[in-house]
Design a protein. Structure first.
Length: 135
């Protein structure tokens, strides 16, 4: 698994940022993504680190953020609000990844481009990422 903030994978033009407070979940998502396509993957241990990566002065643009919703301190909803309120990031696709089945079908209501329920598999990720997800 890549270290927080490091890039793994190939030299794809698609860059994906994964935010999750569980190192196991980060590793699983990164592994699934490698099976779906050739992406540059950057990981963050929480929403605050993810936002710092996105807003870094020398940051390369990302195509997608996959974020856990339930993280301590700065959660996925906080991250989404910060992204949507930043004019340079506001159009960035943000997909929530959660085990909370009560959130099924609430992506548009919450402002996410999609919500994927754990446990994930490659087909789910492929549909959401390559199929451009649903809102």
């Amino acid at each position: 698994m890549p270290e927080v903030g490091q890039v793994a994978g190939g030299r794809s033009h698609r860059r994906i940022l994964i935010a999750d407070d569980s190192s196991i979940n980060l590793a699983v998502l990164a592994s699934l993504l490698r099976h779906v396509g050739d992406f540059d993957i950057v990981t963050a241990a929480d929403g605050r680190i993810a936002l710092d990566i996105l807003q870094a002065p020398d940051a390369k643009p990302f195509d997608l953020v996959l974020t856990d919703i339930w993280m301590p301190n700065f959660n996925g909803e906080d991250l989404l609000k910060a992204i949507r309120s930043n004019p340079t990031l506001s159009s960035l696709r943000v997909i929530a990844v959660t085990a909370d089945v009560k959130l099924r079908g609430k992506a548009a209501e919450m402002g996410f481009d999609d919500i994927l329920l754990k446990p994930l598999n490659g087909a789910m990720l492929s549909d959401a990422i390559l199929g451009q997800g649903k809102k």
